[in-house]
Design a protein around this ligand. Structure first.
Ligand code: DX5
Ligand code: ZN
Length: 221
């Protein structure tokens, strides 16, 4: 895998042909499947759960699946998603009563673990859990919907998180989610992100390969 990971959000995929659409985006050069789980409680939208993740595995999808839990409570879904084939599980700290325990639960189930920080969530939530993290996911929109615009103040937040990651000396991915497009991915990378979720930017185009190649060209520039 390259040091920059492109993770299409299947929130914007064709749900009626999900297996085919996911296979198509991976064949077009994507690295990771970003799987947005929404519960109409923590966020005002409703998507899919572990059964759909399992179906993608049964369909033959072997790429890493990055499960972004926008649900409350969190813990009961962790074993379910681990069993269904998740590789990474991230959650919002506001949605868990015991953040450290939830992180441990994810690791105990053999998955990589991460925290997701909303635009208004302060960074100090990271202070005492860096040693448990494989991923920090910064939301660059408020969670719940695809197709929103990137919030520019996220760039400063990315720089601050990158500093914390470097200071920790740990191998932690810095993932960005929301409003990522060909025309802003370079400055987002420059601010420190190394894993890029993109939903509408990729799935709205007829040719996924062209968009992904354009993103990689921007990242190489
Ligand atoms: C929003 C989701 C995102 C979203 C990204 O709550 O977490 O993954 O689908 O969509 P775009 O790339 O369209 O902003
Ligand atoms: Zn997401």
């Amino acid at each position: 895998m390259s040091s920059f990971l492109i993770a299409p959000s299947i929130l914007s995929a064709d749900f009626a042909r999900l297996g085919d659409d996911v296979a198509r985006v991976l064949a077009a050069g994507a690295d990771v499947v970003h799987f947005d789980v929404m519960d109409n409680h923590y966020v005002p939208n409703l998507t899919f759960g572990p059964m759909v993740c399992q179906s993608l595995r049964d369909f033959g999808i072997t790429a890493p699946i990055d499960v972004h839990l926008m649900v409350k409570p969190v813990d009961s879904l962790v074993p379910e998603f681990a069993k269904a084939g998740a590789d990474i599980i991230t959650f919002h700290p506001e949605a868990s009563d015991h953040v450290d325990r939830t992180l441990q639960l994810i690791k105990d189930h053999g998955c990589k673990a991460g925290l997701v920080l909303n635009p208004a969530t302060p960074l100090n939530i990271l202070d005492h859990v860096m040693h448990r993290l494989d991923v920090v996911l910064l939301m660059s929109v408020n969670p719940g919907f695809g197709g929103q615009s990137f919030i520019p103040t996220t760039l400063d937040k990315l720089r601050a998180v990158k500093q914390r990651i470097l200071a920790s000396g740990r191998d932690i991915r810095l993932e960005i989610d929301g409003g990522v497009k060909v025309d802003n991915i370079a400055e987002i990378a420059e601010a420190g992100a190394d894993m890029f979720v993109a939903g509408s930017a990729i799935f709205s185009q007829p040719d996924y390969r062209t968009v992904i190649e354009q993103m990689r060209a921007e990242l190489a520039s």
